[in-house]
Design a protein around this ligand. Structure first.
Ligand SMILES: O=C(O)CC[C@@H](O)C(=O)O
Ligand SMILES: [Zn+2]
Length: 516
């Protein structure tokens, strides 16, 4: 039965603090590199480049820069620098390169693979003070910003001008545009707006030796040799520090609808996606799937009524029995046209029993509430103590098999139970951007545990390799996956990457211990 959506919304509560964390001493195979150690002379030098409030040495003030968003990866940096200009970044790197001081560039610190925090005592270079919108061209839609502009702020600015940022993700309120580009973030609407490799028109990057590479172009077409900016998109701070971004933004859609659907099995999810593509065509802007266990997790932190529950109950009890859910969004320029198209599509998928239940948002508030049941899963996954995250690309037909195989394996090894507090794993859940072939497999644990880690890795990576997928669809390699790149890239590719790294950062000072 298809219903109008009538629930109200509540904010997602902040996640609980972790008890278990991963510090470098828990990885005995990783040794501190042969880098210089910061001394008083270094601090004096930086004090000449920066004003006192741009330089943090107090250990209490540094804590937040040393730990990632999940409070999973904890570094030991003793110095945070907050440059305000590209020239300051250049001066800092020039000096660090001469002194062989390792650095980690940090944006909004919302990454999920431990890429934006130090491992040992690397200097944190925070882009937080570089947060100006540089320019916007109303006719072309080209936006130029400092790397430290918060994604949501950039989008709000564009909204006032009738445009939209071609990227949206759960962390939009804290992540930085520079970090988005450095990690090649994918997000919720890649299906519609494509990857940052397509929409970024130019970058300003400071290289390891302080050289400023400026390509802040406004050109859609520039066929003059190697497209160098592409090297830095997704380079996770390993080749240079992005300080400016020029990006092409599309017109903001005037009409947006969200439908939340219940389905009986995974095959119906893929069928529903095929139909959505062919029947909704260009107005389809997101197609997200969620398994039931991911909804049960989300229910425990959201504590609101599930969109497909018809009773006046909240939380876990309100999650219906459907094994799969889909959140589908349309964005277009003509409300009447889009409403009719969506209605016809929904009638079709319900008549053909691809979808068994569903609800459609009636206003902006309801639309946001429906999204919370998808966006809230990331935070909900870590409510019991920790989470092992796998962000993978797989062919659609084998995508959910990975989740099933992992669940089976954890059960066989008696590592998993939602009731028994003594078992390390609470639940493995699958969800993600099915429209982009991107699965998020989250294994919610009560504690980080070597046995669980051994059960998952390399099992998950071998599965991905054998199905010709990618071990990172959008979160990147960071610290978490640096030893596993071989499951997605050939030896030749890895060697080419290493050559680039050696060329652009011969002393290896940029974000060491990560990536490759
Ligand atoms: O927490 C995750 O694993 C996924 C986070 C993000 O990429 C999302 O799609 O919600
Ligand atoms: Zn995602």
């Amino acid at each position: 039965m298809l219903r109008l959506f009538t629930r109200s919304t509540r904010n997602i509560p902040l996640c609980q603090r972790f008890s278990s964390t991963l510090t470098a001493d828990k990885y005995p195979n990783i040794k501190r590199g042969d880098f210089g150690k910061i001394n008083d002379e270094d601090i004096n030098h930086f004090s000449k480049i920066l004003s006192p409030n741009q330089l943090i040495t107090d250990s209490n003030d540094i804590t937040g820069y040393n730990q990632d968003w999940m409070k999973k990866y904890i570094g030991q940096s003793k110095l945070v620098l907050k440059p305000k200009t590209t020239e300051q970044v250049s001066e800092i790197l020039k000096y660090c390169n001469q002194r062989k001081l390792a650095v980690v560039p940090q944006g909004g610190n919302t990454g999920l693979v431990g890429g934006s925090v130090p491992v040992f005592d690397e200097i944190v270079i925070s882009l937080a003070s570089m947060n100006n919108i540089r320019s916007f061209d109303q006719s072309s839609g080209i936006l130029k910003v400092d790397a430290g502009v918060i994604l949501e702020n950039a989008d709000n600015y564009l909204s006032e001008n009738g445009y939209i940022f071609p990227l949206d993700l759960g962390a939009k309120g804290s992540c930085f545009v520079g970090g988005n580009v450095a990690t090649n973030a994918g997000g919720l609407r890649l299906l519609r707006y494509g990857s940052l490799h397509g929409s970024v028109l130019g970058l300003e990057v400071v290289l390891a030796d302080g050289t400023i590479y400026n390509s802040m172009h406004s050109l859609r077409k520039d066929n003059t040799g190697y497209d160098l900016k592409q090297l830095f998109i997704g380079s996770e701070g390993s080749l240079g520090i992005i300080t400016g971004v020029s990006i092409l933004c599309p017109a903001r859609p005037k009409s947006v609808n969200v439908a939340f659907l219940g389905l009986e099995n995974y095959e119906q999810v893929t069928k529903c996606f095929q139909k959505a593509k062919s029947e909704l065509g260009e107005i389809l802007s997101a197609f997200e799937f969620m398994d039931k266990d991911s909804q049960l997790l989300a229910a425990q932190t959201l504590k609101t009524t599930h969109p497909l529950c018809q009773d006046d109950i909240e939380g876990i009890e309100s999650v219906p029995e459907y094994p799969f859910y889909v959140l589908l969004e349309t964005s277009g320029s003509n409300k009447e046209h889009d409403d009719i198209k969506l209605e016809k599509f929904l009638e079709d998928v319900m008549e053909s029993e691809i979808v068994v239940d569903g609800t459609v948002s009636q206003d902006e508030q309801q639309l946001k509430t429906l999204w919370t049941w998808r966006e809230g899963i990331a935070e909900a996954s870590q409510q019991f103590g920790g989470v092992y995250k796998y962000d993978v690309s797989l062919p659609l037909d084998s995508m959910y098999k990975l989740v099933e195989s992992v669940k089976e394996r954890l059960n066989e090894l008696e590592l998993s139970s939602t009731e028994d507090n003594k078992k390390p794993v609470y639940e493995a859940v699958g969800y993600g951007h099915i429209g982009d072939g991107n699965l998020h497999l989250n294994v919610a644990v009560r504690e980080y545990n070597k046995e669980v880690e051994k059960a998952l890795e390399p099992f998950v990576y071998e599965f991905i390799e054998s199905h010709k997928g990618s071990i990172s669809a959008e979160h990147g390699l960071g610290f978490q996956k640096k030893n596993y790149i071989k499951y997605s890239k050939s030896e030749t590719e890895i060697n080419m990457m290493k050559d680039l790294k050696k060329h652009y950062d011969p002393n290896g000072i940029l974000n060491p211990y990560k990536y490759i």
